[in-house]
Structure formats: C-alpha cells, structure tokens
Write a protein that binds this ligand. Structure first.
Ligand SMILES: *Cc1c(COP(=O)(O)O)cnc(C)c1O
Length: 422
C-alpha cells in the first residue's frame, strides 16, 4: 500500500474522492484563515465542533425552559438518566461491556477516584510504576496519591525511561520493569498512547505482566480513545479513564470517561468514594443511610449528570457510530502513512519523526523532533493557516484525524514545509 503513495496534489485529491469517510468532514466546523478552512492537525489536543452541537444544545436549553424540574423525566433525553445514553457507544470505542464504562467528571478527577479504589498500599506492596515523561497531570496525580498515603514519591514511583539514544519506550522495558519491581508493586499506570511521541503501548501484555506480580493495571487513555483500537475487557485491564475533548470532539473541558472491569465493578466490597448517583437506582431516592453501589463503573459516579457538558459528547459519539470504528482505523492507518511518506520526502529541514513507523504501534499522530529551528517552522505553519501543536523543547505534533482530515490537508502541509527556507 505505502509504495503507491505519490507526493502530488492530484494523487491527494484522488484519494479524497474515493474516501468513503470524506463526507464526514462536512459535519464539522473549521476555524478560518484568510476566508478559508485552516489545515487543522490539532485533533489530538482539541477536536473540532460537530455542526449538530448547536442544535442539540439549544434543544436542551428549550427543554429546561419548557419543563423546569420536570425535564429530569420529560426532556428529550431525560436528565435523570442522561449519563446512561453514552454507555453503548462508549463501550464499543474502548472494547468493554456496557456496564463497565461511565461518562462522568473529567480525566484527572477520574484518575484520582479510580486510584482511591485501586491504589491501597500496604506492607511492602506500595509502589506505582509509570512511564517517564508522562503527561504532567498524571505525574502530579501519582505524586499526590503516594504522598496521601504517607510515602515519598522518589521511593514509591518507579519510572521507566527510554533506552539510551531512543525517544520511545519498548514494551519489553515496561514489562521487565514490572518483573523487577515484583511484589513491591501496587499499581501500574501508563498513558496508553504517549502524548509526546504518539507511541501506542501493548496494553494487553503490560496488563498481563502487572497481574503476574499481583499488581493492578490501569491506563490513561486520553490520546488513545477514539484514536486506536481498544479491547479493555478482553485484555483484562482493571481500570482506565479518558477525556473526550481530544479525538472524541466533545468540546473544551467536556465530560470525561472511566472504565472498571466488571470483576471489580460488581464487587461491592471494593472501597470507593460514594455519592448518591453511584447508589443503585432503586433506593437512591429513599434518602436513607447506607450506600449500596449499583453494578458496574456507574457506581463511581457521585453527582448527577452535567447535561450541558455532555451535549457535544452525544453529538460526537453519533458520528463515531455512523462512521464505524473499523473504517476510521483503516483510513487512519492509510492517511497517517501518507503524511509520513510526504514528510520523508523533505530533506532540507532537519527533523526526525520520533513516532514509531509501525501502524500497530501508533495512532494518527506524528511527532517531528527538530534539531534546531523547530519553532521557526512552527511559526511559519501558523502564519500559513496550519494549526499544529508545539511541545517544548523542539517537537511539532501533527494529527491527521480520519474523521475530518483529508489527503489534501496532508499535501498542503507538505507543500508549505517544502517552501520553507531557513
Ligand atoms: C490531555 C491529558 C490530560 C488532561 O487532563 P484533564 O483532567 O482532562 O485536564 C491528562 N493526562 C493526559 C495523558 C492527557 O493527554
């Protein structure tokens, strides 16, 4: 397949014409630059707005005006059970059972709530293993979790670093790290797709290794959800959480998500922080003492659903359903492969693609590490109407997302890069 790629505008346009997902581009709003759509490669940071959001948001506002409190039962999507309209679609996206997922809170909050249940250090089993250079929020979360239990992060957090001279971490290094840590390990917590390099880890093998030493295994799927195929249930993952404003296009600060394997979700003896919305529905409104967790991940909910923060999530998940996850992944592999092919034609700029080139080891993001002048290249792209993403010290991340990016977008980026003189 990759051998037939061509670095021409005609080729790119022809690919768009045969792309069955191309029409989905029309369902999103693109920021404008000089009266034209920008080339938007930042879906890994904030996904674009589905056009249907405005209508759905207004509908919710009208229901509130029309029904007041009765909207909990009378609204088009009754607010009482609003959170549950996501389960079926989310469960497909992360490869789980319907009751194993829940839309709630935000990512870092969910990470803490799940750690409250799964990080219960005792005796010599008190360590957390994670990848070095994890997203700062995850680092802060783990640091504060170990402090909360009276441990020193320097001692209680094990970080796996890339081998000398490399930019990505081999799965085997994580697995060996887990084995070395052995029964000192309480939890393994890894970002499923690394936000910086775009590397997709082998979640199944990492889970297996964690379980073999008696540790729980959880993943932050911020950059994985809606981007790479996931089978959390089958892989036996204990817990996971994600945000929905990146590849899931659900809007800034939108509701997050969480997954808990049913063997834990259906175990009422597993400690969790409780609120009324996690209680079983039958007895929730009896206003009595004694928390009875509902079955599944829903029992980690505390508060009633933030409806206005979930409207775009509803709109976006519909588009994932319509496009089909297999179709999206198939296009993603081909589209990112094309972008990579084009970038490799560029020899006058000094950069290296640090994202793995094997499709199974990445999603759609490519990270370009520059020797120097990276910032200048980035600023030129911005001036020319390309929205990419700059990460200190010298990385430009671009994410051709299969839902709304085109082959022509990739070609336009290539064309601009070709014209840059430093
Ligand atoms: C985007 C991202 C976050 C952001 O956390 P919020 O709680 O949604 O603000 C956290 N962790 C990772 C790995 C991310 O990629």
């Amino acid at each position: 397949m990759p051998s037939v790629y061509e670095a021409t505008h005609e080729y790119a346009v022809a690919q768009d014409q045969v792309d069955t997902l191309f029409p989905f581009r029309e369902r999103f709003l693109f920021p404008q630059h000089n009266g034209e759509n920008v080339v938007y490669f930042c879906g890994n940071s904030l996904g674009l707005q589905p056009k249907s959001v405005e209508y759905l948001m207004n509908k919710e506002l009208r229901d509130w005006a029309k029904y007041g409190v009765e909207g909990h039962f009378q609204a088009g999507y009754p607010w009482f059970s609003y959170h549950s309209i996501f389960n079926e679609r989310l469960s497909k996206i992360v490869g789980a059972k319907k009751d194993e997922v829940v839309a709630m809170n935000a990512l870092t909050v969910n990470l803490h709530l799940l750690m409250m249940s799964f990080y219960r250090p005792s005796g010599k089993r008190y360590k957390i293993l994670m990848e070095a250079g994890a997203f700062p929020s995850d680092q802060y979360a783990m640091e504060s979790q170990v402090r909360m239990h009276g441990y020193d992060p320097e001692d209680a957090i094990i970080e796996i670093t890339p081998q000398a001279g490399k930019h990505t971490i081999e799965d085997i290094d994580i697995i060996n790290g887990i084995k070395v840590a052995g029964d000192s390990l309480a939890v393994v917590m890894i970002g499923g797709v690394n936000y910086y390099s775009g590397q997709f880890f082998d979640l199944e093998q990492i889970t297996k290794a964690a379980h073999s030493v008696g540790a729980y295994c959880g993943f932050d799927l911020a950059h994985a959800v809606g981007n790479v195929p996931l089978q959390l249930h089958e892989w036996n993952v204990d817990f996971a959480c994600w945000c929905t404003y990146k590849y899931l296009n659900s809007g800034p600060g939108a509701v997050g998500g969480a997954y808990v394997h049913e063997r834990h979700g259906n175990d009422p003896t597993l400690p969790r922080l409780a609120g009324w919305w996690g209680n079983e529905e039958k007895t929730r409104f009896q206003m009595k003492k004694g928390f009875i967790p509902q079955k599944g991940a829903g029992s980690w909910q505390m508060s009633n659903a933030p409806v206005f923060n979930m409207v775009a999530h509803n709109a976006s998940l519909d588009l994932f359903d319509k496009a089909g996850l297999d179709n999206l992944r198939e296009k993603s592999i081909h589209l990112t492969g094309y972008m990579e092919f084009l970038l490799r034609q560029i020899t006058h700029l000094s950069f290296e693609i640090i994202t793995p080139s094997i499709p199974e080891k990445r999603g759609c993001q490519l990270s370009m590490l520059f020797d120097n002048n990276g910032r200048k290249v980035f600023d030129t792209l911005t001036e020319q109407g390309v929205v990419a993403d700059w990460r200190e010290p010298n990385v430009i991340r671009i994410a051709p997302v299969p839902m709304y990016n085109s082959y022509e977008d990739c070609y336009r980026l290539y064309n601009i890069l070709m014209s840059i003189e430093l």
